[in-house]
Design a protein around this ligand. Structure first.
Ligand code: 6CS
Length: 341
């Protein structure tokens, strides 16, 4: 056979092989559904789209992302994931805490450092986050793929607040886990659990007099319009978690499991870059958008008054979670000590 004919034949064979491979891949290609709790361009949305980008660039699978409201509230998307309608869900412990009591650890006030670099190192290195939490979520049919921080928690209220006494008679909206209610009760307020969709209206109609959230969300949800006094209490960080339905994940090939894990890690790295400076930028935008907004940063002495109430919340956490919670809390504190050095 001449060299030319050989080359032509080889080209023919590889074209057939390529077509066969493509057909096989498209047979194996899946469309996975992924829901999160936020709006376009918000932190969970950036994470979801980075995850999608990685999966779609490195496989034939596609990801369909659903944002807040498209499939209901936060509890609805969790239910849909547990029943297998969705493959992936991003839900913050603020809501998951009602299902997995140990996830409420993030609501013990003044446990987390305030500095972002320490928080990020903690999420990267913590044994409690990376080893203990996946086991706890697995007990509830969830494959925990990533926990990540979104921003420092800031309180907004109908007037500036600098002491637990000033919280008295104020209804403060909390996400729907019982420990966060304990935190605000300890802070002197009347905690009012509400799903996200009801928060703006409840503030507007004065059914509640305040709430807590990271600054980017206060901007994104325009909460400053109806709750203009921002109070930096340094009491915690908004944490979130991305996970898969465990039966679905277990059914994936080893190659796809690795793909999903790599995509989660890739999105985490991107999100760490994304949140750097995000709060400052959002605060500037809020100040530009409204003349009514005030910013109160509690000083050390004022913080101490709130911090003094943290041990009673920690005690409640242990009452709610028993031995498992105590073990998690000890490891969490040990991991935090390591990042403080
Ligand atoms: O406060 C809430 O309910 C919402 N906060 C944030 C930052 N993300 C989603 C969550 O539903």
């Amino acid at each position: 056979m001449s060299t030319l004919m050989t080359l032509k034949k080889l080209a023919g064979i590889s074209a057939i092989a390529f077509a066969a491979m493509t057909a096989a891949n498209s047979v194996n290609a899946a469309n996975w559904r992924y829901a999160h709790e936020e709006y376009e361009g918000d932190v969970q949305d950036v994470y979801a789209y980075k995850f999608k980008e990685y999966i779609e660039e490195n496989s034939d699978h596609t990801i369909q992302v659903f944002r807040f409201g498209e499939l209901g509230e936060s509890d609805d998307i969790m239910e849909q994931t547990l029943s297998g309608i969705l493959q992936f869900v991003n839900q913050s412990p603020g809501f998951t805490g009602a299902l997995i009591p140990e996830a409420q650890i993030f609501f013990i006030p003044y446990l987390m450092p305030t500095e972002m670099d320490k928080v990020v190192t903690f999420f990267r290195e913590s044994e409690a986050i990376n080893e203990m939490f996946p086991e706890l979520y697995a007990q509830h049919g969830l494959e925990l793929l990533q926990m990540y921080p979104e921003g420092e928690m800031v309180v907004t209220a109908d007037e500036p607040i600098t002491s637990p006494q000033e919280f008295s008679n104020k209804k403060i909206r909390v996400m729907t886990n019982p420990l966060l209610s304990e935190t605000y009760a300890a802070f002197g307020a009347t905690p009012t659990p509400l799903p996200w969709g009801e928060v703006y209206g409840a503030l507007q109609t004065n059914m509640i007099q305040g709430q807590e959230n990271p600054i980017f969300w206060i901007e994104s949800g325009k909460l400053y319009e109806v709750s203009p006094h921002l109070i930096f209490t340094s009491h915690g960080w908004f944490t979130t978690a991305m996970m898969a339905n465990q039966d679905f994940f277990e059914g994936l090939s080893d190659e796809d499991k690795k793909l999903v894990r790599d995509a989660s890690d890739y999105a985490f790295e991107e999100i760490i870059v994304h949140i750097n400076g995000l709060a400052d930028e959002a605060l500037q935008n809020i100040m530009k958008a409204s003349d009514e907004v005030t910013v109160t940063r509690l000083n050390e002495e004022q913080i101490e008054k709130f911090k003094a109430r943290a041990p009673q919340v920690e005690k409640k956490f242990i009452e709610m979670t028993g031995e498992e919670g105590k073990k998690l809390l000890n490891q969490f504190k040990k991991d935090l000590e390591e990042v403080q050095d």
